[in-house]
Unconditional design. Sequence first.
Length: 158
Amino acid sequence: MIHQGQAENLPFVFRSTRMNELEEGTKLTLDFSKIAKIGTAIKDEKNHVIPVAVQNVDTKEIILVAYTNREAMEKAFRERMLILWSTSRNTLWEKGKTSGETFDLIEARVNCEQNSLVYFVRPKRGKICHTKNKAGEPRDCYYRRIDLDSLELTNLDP
């Protein structure tokens, strides 16, 4: 069995099959080590991050959970655009810069412990996820429902 995080050491063909299974499959395979990986990978204090839930201000759907650092947050606030911090690339992630699926930042809120944020956004075009449905359109990231008994996944936007 291959565990989450081991795929990067596999040949490309197997890795892409693994990603397709992860993103389109019906088996629940959660990465409970994500936060620990981020913590050990970040050595520079300027790259310390907090989670950000991203909510569509019009539909009220949570469309993404990501991370921000101070630089990304300040740039997002200044430009009123969805800008995050990519923990895998250790760089600013200007959402939609390459795909064109950009989002206006309408409002931001902080939780009681000041260790996470909610960004309320409005899409300028399309949805937020890098995955696409069968029509080739982007989806929101939470496109599969978990059956609470069997833990099987059902694709809500195939």
